[in-house]
Design a protein around this ligand. Structure first.
Ligand SMILES: NC(=O)c1ccc[n+]([C@@H]2O[C@H](COP(=O)([O-])OP(=O)(O)OC[C@H]3O[C@@H](n4cnc5c(N)ncnc54)[C@H](OP(=O)(O)O)[C@@H]3O)[C@@H](O)[C@H]2O)c1
Length: 350
């Protein structure tokens, strides 16, 4: 085992300059109950950018420089929530037979196994993640996917994007035959939402931008609406053939208030992101007079993740890898991610 490794080290909240690729970072040692994973692929997510910038704000101050928990991170920190790799060594109490397993890591640490237990920590924020050649994780968070037909790059797309999409669909109880609008449909979470909702036999209307229609259709969208449409509300209602049963939104911003009135009475809007703006205004009457339901969703539960891993093993999902990069090009990957140069997921290969 080498003593040092290459890792992208976050040194403070700030611009790309606070992220430093270093080649002399000590390889971590697994403690009791841990495994050491040699990282083969690690996907890029919006949380990497917002966490680096400290863009999450806090409950009392939306402009506060903070990670997802509403307080600044502790530095130095290695980010990277989405790890695929191989177990190369195990800590005390872990079956040595696990060495050599190909694994995907559940990045979310909950207070308990209860259905909606409190989320305590996330890989890459509260503890070191996958933007490194090696990472230590808890053994039970490393799910064996040795037999999956998916590539390591595809598997690395699953934890955050598909986990979040799975959490949204479960929390909003999306089921067969329902008409569901997915925003940001060409993005990481959006494409996962389209695929997973279509797999439940929901009728998916994808909201996306020019040039991304085909990828949304390939993922399973039956209808595609451009977010630049002149009369967006009408365009969506026409495509949906009437009111929506549900909206799965990761975009927020100005379109939010347009979408709520398009829901049927008692329709559900599940929200897990706000890439177009976190502070929105809407008419409360549109909500309560029609008994519409707003659902906040973050990540997944351990049970959702286990279900996702079953899909990974069976190959019933097919994540779209937009581009791959060696770890030393992490700054290029983050720039391309922010500029939305490629649909699907961007993946680093440490
Ligand atoms: N709560 C959670 O657990 C959780 C987990 C993962 C992500 N998220 C959040 O979900 C959101 C999407 O994440 P992601 O990883 O899917 O990001 P992504 O891959 O960059 O996708 C975002 C997509 O949103 C669309 N979009 C619409 N308006 C936009 C705007 N003003 N600026 C940029 N994009 C815009 C674009 O798709 P089209 O061109 O197709 O419209 C874009 O590709 C982010 O806010 C992220 O923080 C939350």
């Amino acid at each position: 085992m080498p003593e040092v490794m290459t890792a992208a080290v976050l040194t403070a909240h700030g611009g790309p300059e606070v992220l430093q690729v270093r080649h002399n970072v000590p390889v971590p040692t697994p403690g009791p109950g841990d495994v050491l994973v040699e990282v083969t692929a690690a996907a890029v997510n919006n949380t990497d950018i917002w966490t680096r910038e400290g863009a999450y704000g806090s409950a009392s101050n939306p402009a506060a420089i903070a990670g997802w928990q509403g307080v600044p991170l502790r530095f130095p920190r290695i980010q990277g929530t989405d790890i695929t790799g191989k177990i190369v060594c195990v800590g005390d109490g872990v079956d040595t037979g696990r060495v050599g397993q190909r694994v995907v890591v559940d990045p979310a640490i909950f207070e308990s196994e209860a259905e909606e237990a409190r989320l305590l920590a996330v890989l890459g924020s509260e503890y070191d993640g996958g933007f490194a050649q090696f990472a230590v994780v808890q053994a039970e968070h490393a799910h064996d996917v040795s037999d999956s037909p998916l590539t390591d790059e595809q598997l690395a797309c699953l934890p955050t994007a598909y986990g979040t999409a799975m959490g949204m669909l479960e929390r909003a109880s999306i089921h067969e035959g329902e008409v569901v609008l997915v925003t940001g449909a060409s993005g990481g979470v959006g494409l996962a939402l389209v695929q997973l909702a279509a797999a439940r036999s929901a009728r998916v209307v994808a909201l996306t931008s020019e040039g991304k229609q085909e990828i949304a259709r390939q993922a399973g969208a039956q209808e595609v609406v451009l977010r630049s449409s002149d009369d967006l509300a009408n365009a969506i209602t026409r495509a949906a053939g009437g009111p929506l049963d549900a909206v799965a939104d990761v975009v927020g911003g100005s379109v939010f208030s347009t979408l709520i009135p398009l829901l049927r009475d008692a329709g559900r809007m599940v929200i897990a992101g706000a890439i177009a703006g976190p502070v929105v205004e809407f008419d409360l009457r549109v909500l309560y007079l029609h008994r519409r339901i707003l659902i906040g969703s973050t990540m997944h539960t351990p049970m959702h993740f286990r279900r996702l891993m079953e899909s990974a093993r069976s190959g019933s999902i097919s994540p779209v890898v937009g581009q791959t990069y060696p770890l030393k090009r992490i700054h290029d990957a983050q720039r391309d991610f922010v500029e939305k140069r490629y649909p699907g997921k961007l993946v680093l290969l440490p």
